[in-house]
Design a protein around this ligand. Structure first.
Ligand code: UN1
Length: 502
């Protein structure tokens, strides 16, 4: 028997009262059964939590950054020690296959390691000044309370990208996880609290808080001026609601929204690699990554063979209980996701698409679980449904003649997250990566659109929201920059040659 949520939560140190008797029901997409009932926070409680978080920030910002890094080292240790348990909970709550559940926790460990390194590298510049006897520099300071709103599909990794950097940068956290994933959130909080206890008194009590609940919790975070940064991951619809509201109070937001990621397959492509990259991208995680491959744009000379190979592989992918060995495609998160998938497939057919797959797969007789056969749709053109992000295992295949046409198609969607080209032609690869190539935040050659490493900045353009999380210099989002000019001379020269002689 696989472990129950109750057993895993107990092993991870989450008190039973936290996940029993509440109104927010956590269901597993594996069987549709209830795993827990979590208490949701009322709007007033959110404000109290922000106040407590602000108090924690006042203390935490005074702890030197390398010492703050030590907290992330300890959190990384907790994650290593509890990797299997947390990954099993991710699988139970979201339906990821075992290897992907483990991969998600590994992504957390990786960002903790990154944050430990960053804790000694939060540096600014020294800049040449035009005035004699002066020095100019920039320094980075903590921001305040960081509000994190996260999505169901990466319930722990995306929070940890934000948490690790926000904490190392000297901020406090208030987290509103997806209503669909309250249990993994409680588990992360318990593990972080364990690390805080080992860290000692320098870590203030309310440094990190999790508030489960619905839109009202998110709105309270969005509207509170004490929340210096709102980092929100989810749909473009959600981002449209969050971005302008945070901007209205001159707060900062970091948005990581929808994607509509394409892979271009050129005449010189290694088709073995392309097929594998496309299959993982389109059908891995049951198509529920923001980086999932939604479109293939194949050169007409390889289109036929590619479609045949994809179709053969698609039909043989094992759909089922994600805990079973050999299963590569688990369930959709819920019935709504299933209905959205069916609606998109109907629209695709209406818009001239030739659909294969997409039918419901019954697993274990669970009427309240929604498993779908991966779908492949040959489209005559990039119609409205193709330009829309459906969070499901649907792959649209289009064809092209000239590379410029493929790049134009790839860019002609509202979203701009991830993209890839499979080619062995240097000119094509470089053209794709150039300023006139892909307009996405992520552009890859000979690998798929999903599965990015934490070391790079993650995010995209257009309706994807423009935010960058995770690696590179994304930490700068979690700090404010101050430019300092210091005069160590006995004169007071003014810049730009201005004279103000008394
Ligand atoms: C997401 O789907 O919100 O690049 C994040 C990837 C993962 C992260 C996905 N590392 O697919």
């Amino acid at each position: 028997m696989p472990p129950t949520a109750k057993e895993i939560l107990a092993a991870l140190g989450v008190p039973e009262a936290f996940h029993t008797g509440g109104k927010l029901v956590a269901r597993s997409p594996i069987d549709g059964l209830t795993q827990g009932a979590v208490r949701g926070a009322a709007a007033g409680e959110v404000q109290e939590a922000i106040g407590r978080g602000h108090g924690a920030f006042i203390a935490w910002r005074q702890v030197p950054a390398p010492r703050r890094g030590e907290l992330l080292r300890l959190f990384g240790d907790e994650l290593r020690a509890h990797k299997t348990a947390l990954a099993t909970l991710v699988t139970l709550e979201v339906g990821k296959v075992t290897s992907e559940g483990l991969g998600e926790v590994q992504e957390m460990i990786d960002i903790c390691d990154f944050a430990v390194g960053a804790s000694r590298q939060l540096h600014g510049l020294t800049i040449a000044t035009e005035r004699p006897g002066h020095r100019m520099m920039e320094v980075w300071h903590p921001l305040g309370v960081v509000g994190v709103i996260s999505a169901f599909n990466f319930p722990v990794a995306v929070w940890s990208w934000n948490a690790a950097l926000a904490l190392v940068c000297g901020n406090a956290l208030v987290w509103k996880p997806s209503e669909k994933t309250p249990l993994t959130a409680l588990a992360c909080q318990a593990l972080l609290e364990r690390a805080m206890q080992r860290f000692g008194q320098d870590a203030p009590r309310y440094l990190s808080q999790v508030l489960n609940g619905g839109a009202a919790v998110a709105e309270a975070l969005v509207d509170d001026a004490r929340v210096a940064l709102v980092s929100a991951t989810g749909s473009t619809r959600m981002g449209r609601a969050v971005g302008p509201r945070v901007a209205a109070r001159f707060g900062r937001s970091l948005l990581e929204l929808g994607g509509n990621n394409a892979i271009i397959v050129t005449p010189s492509a290694d088709l073995d690699l392309a097929v594998r990259g496309i299959l993982f991208g389109a059908y891995g995680t049951a198509g529920q990554r923001c980086t999932s491959t939604r479109r293939v744009i194949a050169h007409q000379s390889v289109h036929h063979e590619l479609v045949m190979r994809l179709e053969r592989a698609r039909a043989s992918l094992k759909v089922g209980d994600p805990r079973e060995p050999g299963v590569l495609v688990g369930p959709l998160i819920d019935e709504m996701a299933w209905l959205a998938m069916q609606a998109s497939l109907d629209q695709a057919a209406d818009q001239g698409g030739q659909v294969s797959g997409g039918e419901r797969v019954m697993v274990g007789g669970h009427a309240q679980a929604f498993y779908a056969a991966p779908a492949l749709v040959q489209m005559p053109a990039q119609t409205a449904v193709v330009r829309h992000e459906t969070f499901a295992p649907i792959l649209y295949v289009l064809r092209y003649d000239a590379l410029s046409e493929a790049i134009a198609l790839q860019n002609d969607v509202p979203q701009g997250l991830s993209s890839a080209i499979f080619t062995n032609d240097l000119r094509e690869a470089e053209a794709f990566l150039s300023a006139t190539g892909s307009d996405c935040g992520i552009a890859n050659v000979n690998i798929g659109t999903s599965g990015a490493e934490i070391g790079g900045a993650f995010g995209g353009e257009k309706e994807t929201g423009g935010g960058r999380e995770s690696g590179s210099d994304a930490w700068k989002n979690y700090m404010r920059r101050a430019t300092n000019t210091i005069n160590y001379s006995n004169a007071l020269p003014l810049a730009q040659g201005v004279r103000f002689d008394l």
